[in-house]
Design a protein. Structure first.
Lengths: 310, 501
């Protein structure tokens, strides 16, 4: 109960902090906002002073900062996100459309990475120094080092252009998920495989593991009863951290695969000085971060109740 | 685990089946869709054949009737009449009337664009025609009405404040879904007034990365891909999967100079900077096609191209001599100085067009060879009009589209009579101004055009560097593809699947 209240308070603080910081950052970016908004609305080489004047009048830009900030906070309390300065559509609609697309992609990527990374890492960790372990080290280091932009293009070239199995880019059908999700998943799996491998190796070398063996349990029995639970604690924590990597990766992968997601939307909103869009997106992402961490914390506490007592 | 794999496989199979059942032409280009308002994304709607204008233009840039049957102007040039084509239906089934067209144009006038700047007194409906009254003659009015921002949408498209809520046009294709920022889908509109399109369904997708676009063409996921980067277009042309089309377009790469700046005020200084540019080398190395510009507009705009103009000279020696005439002397580091001041300027450009920073870097090297130092400032494109307005801009490199309206006189009027955000700065030439104003009113013909072009070339308020080409990859499943040099349409109406009759 207290944990829930604490999380709620934390979420409120994050919201306030994210809102104020994005507001200050957007205000302090160089260049005149009206020019940037007009350039984004009407095309970067179609903008002239007249268009900018109209934008300035329409949006009443250039007012003092404090009332604008208070206004925004007031809107937040009433759950009003405002409308995009570029498209004129409600920010809530834009975010839910784009966030939906990104969440789908992220979820599939995470699932794929869990199917790939931990099983391989655990298998390698049970036999440290084996050929699988050494091969995996090489592979995961390579995959971590490869920029996602490049990995995405290589996958398109191999799977779509050479083999013709899957669509190269786009959004809409199940087949469109595979390549962008795989691009994200390979990077994530490389890390989770390493974490799983190290955790497994540590657990397998621990006295309680040796004791379980000595009391006569078979390999798989030892692992399922005494190994997996202990391995999954660092894995879950790593998963929470990977959320950040995922958000980063989504920005790049979305642009390579033409995915209508929130990373793509955020980058464009920043270029176009679309303040309500940036604030709304940052807020949603910040709260998502709190939520993911809360869920991970709860899961870890269930798996490993020792921390709760102490 | 097994269930999951099965589900994933089912997904793939279903996706494949869905693709096979409805054949849809896939168009891919870099332009994002910002919303249903023509002022935001009208180019995409126009090119996909969803929305139309009163006046249309052919591939040669000549105006032709669109939703208006024809156009007439009163003897004093102040009253234009555009009779509306009968029996035209919007996609929602409502009829196109003169009143509906007037509504659309009045809304368009409240938004940034050519109509907003035009000297229009009133737009009324009378006797089934749109009647436009002007404060002063404007010969290019029909061309203005052919621009994407003057699209005629159904009255139900707008809310009470003139905002576009839904895109209801009259074109050969009807919108079936619009999901900004990246995609839209259309199907053939059976009630179209003109010849019906042969392709039944099409989709449009915005893909920002040139590499991804090229791969989409290569893998066959897209049938029509626009704006290829030079490297990909060479690679695709070498293969057999697609046909690569290329056509010159009235878009020019130019250097804008602040003629009010003490270093650049004398036209000899501007000539020197132009002479120092190795245009052939630049085109070959950066743009990878023959694009050398010896004047502002390419031959594909015959009315505004001086066919007798000399090839552009690359002569660093002559450039240095001109600068010496102006009192500049080489300093210790090779950079010219005059009265203790270095010939050092800032060149503003933007990375939205990937070739611009590269061209800027080449210009920096070329100008250094004649003793001119340039610092490149690659920033947001809006820094150029902003710097123009507050007078701080020195040099700028950008691409300018002269075919926003099929007649470039509108753009020239806006940019060079006497100055404009994307044209001349601190420059004034009375003869040029009167020629262009006359041409815009409808006075003067070929001679006036030629004289004004030659003034620009002699005076160099801007330095033309290269002309652009439009490139597209077309799937070999299609026939009848063509490129519109004025970038008004994707050519959907002329396309057909090769295996369909």
């Amino acid at each position: 109960m207290t944990a829930a209240v604490f999380r709620l308070l934390q979420a409120l603080l994050v919201a306030l902090f994210v809102g104020v910081t994005t507001f200050v950052m957007m205000r302090s970016l160089p260049g005149d906002m009206a020019w940037r908004i007009a350039a984004h609305r009407y095309g970067y080489d179609l903008v002239d002073a007249d268009a900018v004047r109209l934008v300035r009048e329409e949006l009443a830009l250039g007012g003092p900062a404090l009332p604008a900030l208070l206004q925004w906070l007031g809107d937040m309390v009433r759950l009003e996100f405002g409308t995009s300065l570029v498209s004129g559509a409600p920010v809530v609609d834009e975010i839910s459309h784009q966030l939906g697309a990104s969440l789908q992609l992220a979820a599939v990527a995470l699932l794929l990475s869990l199917l790939l990374g931990p099983p391989l890492g655990i298998t390698a960790g049970l036999r440290p120094g084996g050929s699988l372990d050494r091969g995996l080290l090489l592979l995961s280091t390579g995959l971590r080092a490869l920029p996602q932009f490049l990995l995405g293009l290589v996958l398109i070239l191999l799977v779509s252009v050479e083999l013709g199995w899957l669509p190269a880019a786009g959004y809409g059908t199940g087949a469109h998920f595979v390549l962008p999700a795989l691009t994200l998943a390979l990077g994530l799996a490389a890390l989770s495989a390493r974490i799983a491998r190290d955790a497994t190796a540590a657990v397998a070398a621990s006295p309680y593991y040796a004791f379980a063996r000595q009391k006569g349990l078979g390999d798989s029995q030892v692992f399922w009863r005494h190994g997996l639970r202990n391995v999954s604690v660092p894995l879950l924590t790593c998963l929470g951290l990977q959320f950040v990597t995922l958000v980063e990766g989504v920005v790049v992968v979305e642009s390579v695969f033409g995915w209508p997601g929130i990373g793509h939307g955020l980058v464009h909103a920043i270029f176009g000085r679309d303040v309500p869009m940036v604030q709304g997106t940052a807020l949603v992402m910040g709260l998502a971060f709190v939520l993911v961490n809360a869920l991970i914390d709860a899961a870890v506490r269930r798996l490993d109740p020792r921390g709760a007592a102490g | 685990m097994k269930k999951l794999v099965a589900a994933l496989a089912a997904c793939l199979v279903l996706a494949g089946a869905a693709q096979a059942s409805e054949r849809r032409l896939a168009v891919v280009a870099p332009f994002e869709i910002k919303g249903p308002d023509p002022v935001l994304s009208g180019t995409v709607f126009q090119r996909m054949g969803v929305a139309e204008t009163l006046i249309d233009a052919g591939l040669d840039g000549r105006l032709r009737p669109g939703l208006a049957l024809n156009w007439t102007v009163s003897a004093d040039g102040l009253v234009w009449t555009f009779p509306i084509r009968p029996d035209v239906r919007f996609h929602d089934g409502s009829a196109l009337t003169a009143e509906a067209a007037v509504r659309a144009l009045r809304v368009a006038r409240t938004k940034p664009g050519l109509l907003e700047k035009a000297p229009i007194r009133s737009i009324e409906a009378a006797g089934g025609a749109v009647v436009v009254r002007l404060f002063e003659p404007l010969a290019v009015l029909p061309a203005f009405l052919s621009e994407y921002r003057a699209q005629i949408l159904a009255p139900a498209s707008y809310d009470d404040d003139g905002r576009v809520r839904e895109l209801i046009g009259t074109g050969p294709y009807r919108l079936t879904s619009l999901t900004p920022p990246l995609s839209l889908e259309v199907e053939r509109f059976d009630g179209y007034w003109g010849a019906p399109a042969r392709i039944g369904r099409a989709s449009y997708r915005a893909v920002g990365r040139a590499e991804s676009r090229a791969l989409l063409a290569e893998s066959g996921d897209a049938d029509l891909v626009f704006n290829l980067d030079p490297a990909s277009s060479a690679r695709l042309a070498a293969g057999t999967a697609v046909e690569v089309l290329s056509a010159p377009i009235p878009r020019s790469l130019i250097v804008k100079l602040n003629a009010a700046h003490p270093y650049l005020a004398d036209s000899r200084a501007r000539q020197a900077l132009s002479l120092a540019i190795d245009r052939d080398g630049l085109s070959a190395a950066v743009l990878r096609y023959e694009a050398t510009a010896n004047q502002l507009l390419p031959p594909s705009v015959p009315l505004w191209h001086d066919a007798d103009a000399a090839a552009p000279a690359h002569d660093p020696k002559a450039a240095r001599a001109l600068l010496e005439e102006l009192g500049w002397k080489a300093g210790e580091d090779g950079i010219l100085t005059r009265d203790g001041e270095r010939f050092s300027l800032e060149l503003t450009t933007y990375p939205d067009r990937p070739e611009l920073p590269l061209v800027a870097a080449v210009l920096e090297q070329l100008w250094r060879q004649v003793g001119v130092e340039v610092k490149i400032h690659s920033t947001n494109s809006s820094a150029i009009p902003e710097g123009h307005q507050n007078g701080t801009l020195e040099l700028a490199l950008f691409a300018r589209n002269f075919a926003l309206v099929p007649d470039p006189v509108g753009t020239l009027l806006q940019d060079y009579a006497p100055t404009g955000d994307w044209g001349a700065m601190g420059w004034r030439h009375d003869r040029f101004e009167s020629l262009i104003r006359g041409l815009a009113r409808g006075d003067g013909g070929a001679e006036a055009r030629l004289e004004s072009l030659r003034i620009l070339q002699r005076e160099l308020p801007v330095i033309p560097v290269a002309w652009y080409r439009q490139t597209a990859a077309v799937s070999n499943r299609l026939s009848g593809a063509r490129l519109d040099p004025f970038e008004r349409d994707f050519g959907l109406d002329s396309l057909r699947w090769k295996d369909e009759r």
